[in-house]
Write a new protein. Sequence first.
Lengths: 105, 298
Amino acid sequence: MNRRLVTTLAGAVVASCLASTPARAGVEIQIFPPSWFIATARPVYYEGHASYWYGNRWHYRDGGRWRSYNDEPSNLHEYRGRREPERHYYEREHERRHWEHDRDR
Amino acid sequence: MRFLRLTGLAMVFGFGLSAAAAYAQAPSPTAGGAPAASASPAEDQAGLELKEHHRHHHHGGVTKFIAMSLDTLGTDDAKRPQIEKLQSDLHAEMAGAREAEKSVLLTLADGIAAGTVDAAKVDAAIAKLTAAADGVHGASLDTLNKLHAILSPPERAALADKVEAHWEVWHQSNNEADPAGREHGGRLARLTEEVGLTPDQVTKMSAALHAAPAGGSAKFDPQKGEAHVKAFATAFVGDTFDAKAVTSNANGQLASRGATRMAHFYETVTPLLTPEQRTKLAANLREHANYQPSPSAK
C-alpha cells in the first residue's frame, strides 16, 4: 500500500514537472508601453479604455495592470489602416512654433 | 531501501516545487504591471524629445503634466475645441511661473555666453520660480473641475495614466539619472549632440559633475511629488471630482528641483566649453526660454 502510494505520488510530481516545463518555455515575454511612450502617444478608445499601439500590438490598462490583445481586434486593425498612430514630438513642436513666431513677426 | 526511496521522492518533490515556483514567477503573456521608466526599452525620438523638454521646463509641476497630457489625450473631434480652451486656460494659469522660468533660463544663457554663470543670480531666479509654481495648483482648481466634467470615464483614466507617465519621465530625468552619466539620452549625450563636445570634454565634464554634487538635492523628497500625482490620478478617475480635495501640492518643489539641477549642470560645464560652443548653447537655452505652449490637444 505504502509502495503504491509512493509510486503514485512520484508519478504525479514528475508528470506536473513535465507539463509545466514546456508551458514555461512557450511563454512569450511581452514588453508593455513604457512611460515615455504613454506620455507621447495618442491612444485609440476601444471597449471602454485607451489602447496604445506599441511593439506591434495593442495594449491597454486594466486597473493597475497592462494587458494586450493577442489577436488584433478588427476595429483597431481598421483604424491602423486609416491612420498612423500619432506621437507628439516636444522639441520639434517647439521648433515649429518658434519658426512660426519668427515668420509672423 | 525505504530511506533511499523516501529521499528520492523528496528530491522529485523539491524539483517539482521549484519548477512550479519558477513558472508562477514567469511573466504572463497577456498582463503586466505599471510601466517603469528605469527598466523601459531605450527611448525613440519622441521619448528623447520628451526627456529634453522635462529637463528644461518645470514651471507648473504636476499641473504642467496635466496640461501636457492633453497634447495626446485623443478625444473625439467634437470635444476638441473645448479641451483646447481648457488647455489654454491651464497654460494661462501657469503664465507667471513660466515667466519666472524664462528668467532662470535667460540668466543661465547670459552666463554661458559670458563664460561664467552668476550662481547667486540664478538661485534668486529659481526662488521666484519656486514661489510662482507653488501658486499654480490653487489657480487651476476651476479648470481642472471643468476638465473632469467634460471628459468621459475612459478619457479620465487615460489622462491619469498620462500624468503618471509624465511624472515618471520627469522623475527619472531630474532625480534618478546620474547627473554625470554619459548614457544615451542623458544630459551629457544631448549636449554632445547640441554643441559637438569632444570625448576629452565629455570625460572632464563627467568628472566635474561627479565632484560637485547638485545643490539642493538633499532637500528633494520625491515622495511629495508621488503623493501629488497619485492623489490627483486617484481622484480624477472617480465619477465626481473636486480639485480642492487634492490637498497635496508638490508643484513648487518640482520646479525648484528641476531648475536647480538644470542650473547646476550648466554652471559646471560652462568653463569647459569653447567660446563657439558657449554661443551655440546659449542660443539653445534662449529658445527654451521663449517656449510658448499653444493648444495642441489631439
